[in-house]
Design a protein around this ligand. Sequence first.
Ligand code: ATP
Ligand code: MG
Length: 254
Amino acid sequence: MAVVISVITQKGGVGKTTVVNALCASLSKRRYRVLAIDMDPQGNLSLSFDADSDNAATIYDVLKGEALPIDSIQRQPVADIIPSNILLSSIELEFTGKNREFLLSNIIEQVTGLYDIILIDSPPGLGILTINALTASDYVIIPMLPDIFSLQGLTLVYDTIEYIQSTVNKKLAISGILVNRYMKRSKLHKEIYGTAQLICHKLNVNLFKTVIRNSKTLAEAQSIQTDITEYSPKSSGVKDFNSLVTELEELNII
Ligand SMILES: Nc1ncnc2c1ncn2[C@@H]1O[C@H](COP(=O)(O)OP(=O)(O)OP(=O)(O)O)[C@@H](O)[C@H]1O
Ligand SMILES: [Mg+2]
């Protein structure tokens, strides 16, 4: 059985896709069997994995019952992936029935035996796609930028997770809040990290000791659809994600 981890926050552009991509690369390097699921109609993760989301079966086809999960998995250098495309945006309108938050969970059940870790990328917002990801997950990673708006958004995402825990998924746990695009020399970033520590302490939530530094290599590797661990093995991005994997191991999450 795989451990299912989703990367969630309602805020756009904070690094959800980047975290899933680079974490997949670091986990694969350590010989974990990893499946990534792209639950974002923007399909950014699929693009960064160089997956085919035009002609091949996508998560949309699988959710609709028109393709089997196993037939939609593409083997890519970074990790295996079930891709997504813009069609996924119509799920909200197409599925209005009871139990619609369990669609992804039912799919994962069919492939969980093949992997050690399943990582889910989600769209910004807390709509039905994100709710499906949370319902199917054991753990959540919440990325945030070292800015005041991200701090402000923490309680909203926390409340959503509490709601999911009290309704459809009791086993869901927050593995931690992850600060992304951190600059060691910035006084503001240090202060924001300190405030995040206080908020996390109050909410009884883990704040990862690992911070992901701002790194143009991370963005470059994504845009040329390459595995960061191959593209720049000594970069700060690879170091930070290795440290995150170690932290997840120490927390007994993986
Ligand atoms: N640590 C980092 N260093 C440098 N650039 C980064 C870092 N993390 C993310 N980025 C860049 O920031 C932009 C937004 O990141 P990303 O797409 O991962 O965010 P997202 O939360 O998935 O966005 P969306 O909400 O639209 O799905 C991208 O251009 C990405 O390359
Ligand atoms: Mg994204």
